[in-house]
Design a protein. Sequence first.
Length: 305
Amino acid sequence: MKYTGENNLVAPILIIGFNRPDLLKNVINSLRVIKPEKLYVHIDGPRSNNKNDDFLISECMKEIEKVDWKTKVEIHKQEKNLGCMRAVVFAIDWAFEYETKLIILEDDIKFESSFIDFCNDQLSRNENNEKIMLISGYNPINSSLPTNSNNQNQVLFSSYPMVWGWATWKNQWKSYYEEDPNLNLKKILLILKKNNFNPVATLYFTISLFQIQIGKLDTWDFQLYLSCLVSKRRVIIPIMSLTSNIGFRADATHTKGADLRTLNKFKPAKNLDNTNFDPTYRKFLRKTLTRLILRRIKSMFKKIN
């Protein structure tokens, strides 16, 4: 048995990659410190209209071959490109054919062993807690609570899944994740209510889900958010962020914009109620994402028309 801390057994880890070998190398180097005994790697296939994908994917495969600790590595390389939504969902479904719980890392996530410790601890503590959908390693707000022996194991509860490094169980994923948003008035009203009747945030989530439904947006994480709302499941988040996203660059799929970098630099919140993350998160949405959301909404309308 391999442990990251005093009591934490390392859960199997799934890496989801595509054509960014330098980022994949960073993930593998970070895991080299932890040395997980089971490692799953899913690499999406080349796009038909991109001449560089074959080379970059081959470089990704070379990085996987550099795993040099004692571990069982399972690799699934797609022959053709599935795209963001189908590739991620396929990868998770594939790994869950063999496992009952997973820590999930996309190739642009930066983390240390504390993230793995946190995920394993919470996976164990909440294994039979039907109210919890997943554990997130990223906290866009960061609690101002000092970390000490009395509160270092405290967590925040949210309706908003943060997927910059996360973990979940097979049963929760299979039972509640819905790939098709299947939007209706009831779901839109639920989004409005859960966002404290914030019209900007509601419009953002609703238009994003509508774009997914009509095939204009290729992603999977908005569906996870909606799945949590519909199933009334919650998300566990650490009081301090344990991960960050280093994939903000031109070859990214959804993190090309510089505006999103504020998510990695958000100032600590004050007077945070550590039993309920949502009020402060609504404040975060209102103050930090309004400009981004309005820009995205404008872009969405252009694409729809």
